[in-house]
Design a protein around this ligand. Sequence first.
Ligand code: GLN
Length: 271
Amino acid sequence: MNLKEAYSYSVRFLQGNNVDEADFKALCVCCAVAGIKNSEYSLHINDDIIHSRLAEMLWALREGEPLQYVIGKWDFYESEFCVGKGVLIPRPETEELVELVYNYAKELERPVIIDLCAGSGCIGISLAKKLNSSVYLVEKSKDAFEYLCKNSRGVENAFPINADINDMIDLPKADIIVSNPPYIKSGDLDSLQSEVKREPKIALDGGMDGLDFYRIINDKWADKLRDFGKLFLEIGNDQGKSINDILINFKNIRVKKDIYGNDRMVVADKR
Ligand code: GLN
């Protein structure tokens, strides 16, 4: 079967099984099996592809597995990250957080950056690759940590740490702390989209009001910032107001919107 045939077969298979975005998902899996980028499809339509691997992927999509887990990697910011069961899939909103931190950090001299609840490492590793910096990435889940280590391989200034952000961790004081912690209310987890439910609960569940991790960051991490250090957070779109009351160890708390116009990021200064 060549790539073009595989693609039209895949679209028909996915549509026939009521999988949404059948065209896009078909393109992604066929190109993944062919080992090319989606944008290179038309140059490779006559290439032979391995049928058994494609069949496995199509079957997984039919079972409701997220596309990103099926192909095992996903583009985020300026690079590709390995993902799979047990790690949160990098989201486009989070790229905006990276850009915000980058624009601030590029003016600093060799900043120390701490990424809390790092997951796949997409935030901290993206920053480490672009900045002359030292980036410490803290992740508690063993499953996620494996991806974090894989993704940071070869990035000499990225240091993965397998720990709970509640624990004492011996780290140098930071110029920047950044985090996209779990922030969904526990009670809302059951009503999430079915594909999101396949993602690790530990990466989504922010406790009863979704704000538990911001409390931990306020209580335990403000002291880890140098004077004049800054905190950058991703938040849920309804958390912009509450975050002010939680970050009592910080000042100048600014809530910023994402491209969809939702409250999504917070920047604060050390008090
Ligand atoms: N933005 C993610 C979602 O809505 C949540 C990520 C998180 O809890 N940090 O699925």
